[in-house]
Design a binder for this molecule. Structure first.
Ligand SMILES: NC(=O)c1ccc[n+]([C@@H]2O[C@H](COP(=O)([O-])OP(=O)(O)OC[C@H]3O[C@@H](n4cnc5c(N)ncnc54)[C@H](OP(=O)(O)O)[C@@H]3O)[C@@H](O)[C@H]2O)c1
Length: 248
């Protein structure tokens, strides 16, 4: 059947695949014919994702992505890939006056240095096939939304968006495309950490023109567009998926 978004014949590595957006992305990619390599830290959650993938030939690899030895072990188990979704990340909310260097270091390690280093090593070790597609999962926090308490998180995602553009330019001669998606608030465990009460979330949703938070699949479908051949002339761009939030 004609489908320009098909991922048939592609092998795709998804980080952060044990939960939320990464999990939804892996599942939806498998439904479109891709072979998945899913990675995360929590064995039970990663097993669950593996069990939800359609088709066979998928691989799961546990890895703490801020640990160089575990990243090396991950690379050692990989063959060539056609797609890379850099989704692993975490949130952190502090008023600016509490944004000390150690907190910047902690969040930059996970949200910025880990994905950038993984991409660098994959390129260096020639694990990304010609015409492959890389998708950074960034945030509107790095792309025009300046919510109170988000100074560190927003900085990690803004840095990611910037590096994405440099990589897009430098890797274009290998025909590797590099883009990012910038979600608004999405219903995952990242936002269910008690930092925002249910009542605050209800009020916050009212600030979204489309009057709801995103679901993981809303983001997965944007990522799939960027992984598929439908976007083969798209590189160096950030796709905002936010129910219209940054229009406000
Ligand atoms: N939810 C939102 O509102 C929202 C909005 C904009 C952008 N984002 C971005 O979307 C991405 C996914 O977030 P999510 O909402 O899906 O959150 P989530 O449900 O909490 O999932 C986070 C994933 O990242 C993995 N992870 C975290 N730290 C890691 C590390 N050091 N090494 C390896 N894996 C690690 C987790 O693995 P374990 O299961 O092993 O812990 C999990 O699979 C993040 O980059 C986040 O910044 C989220």
């Amino acid at each position: 059947m004609y489908n320009p978004f098909s991922l048939e014949g592609k092998t795709i590595l998804v980080t952060g695949a044990s939960s939320g957006i990464g999990q939804a992305t892996a599942i939806e990619c498998s439904k479109l014919g891709a072979k998945l390599i899913v990675t995360g830290r929590n064995a039970e959650r990663l097993d669950k994702t593996r069990g939800l993938l359609q088709g066979d030939g998928h691989q799961q690899i546990l890895a703490e992505l801020t640990d160089a030895a575990q990243v090396q072990a991950l690379l050692d188990q990989l063959h060539e890939i056609d797609g890379l979704v850099l989704c692993a990340g975490k949130g952190m909310t502090f008023p600016f006056v509490f944004c000390t260097r150690d907190k910047f270091d902690d969040l930059f390690d996970v949200n910025y240095f880990a994905p950038v280093e993984l991409l660098r090593l994959l390129v260096k070790k020639k694990k990304l096939r010609k015409s492959s597609s890389v998708v950074f999962v960034s945030s509107i926090g790095g792309n025009g939304s300046y919510n109170y308490g988000n100074a560190i998180y927003g900085a990690t995602k803004a840095a990611m968006n910037s590096t994405m553009k440099f990589c897009a330019k430098e890797l274009a001669d290998k025909r590797i495309r590099v883009n990012s998606v910038c979600p608004g608030m999405v219903n995952t465990k990242l936002i269910q950490n008690g930092a925002i009460s249910d009542e605050q979330q209800r009020l916050d949703m009212e600030r979204y023109p489309l009057k709801r938070y995103g679901e993981p699949n809303d983001i997965a479908y944007g990522i799939i567009y960027l992984l598929s051949n439908a976007s083969s002339w798209v590189t160096g761009t950030s796709l905002t998926i936010d129910g219209g939030f940054i229009l406000k």
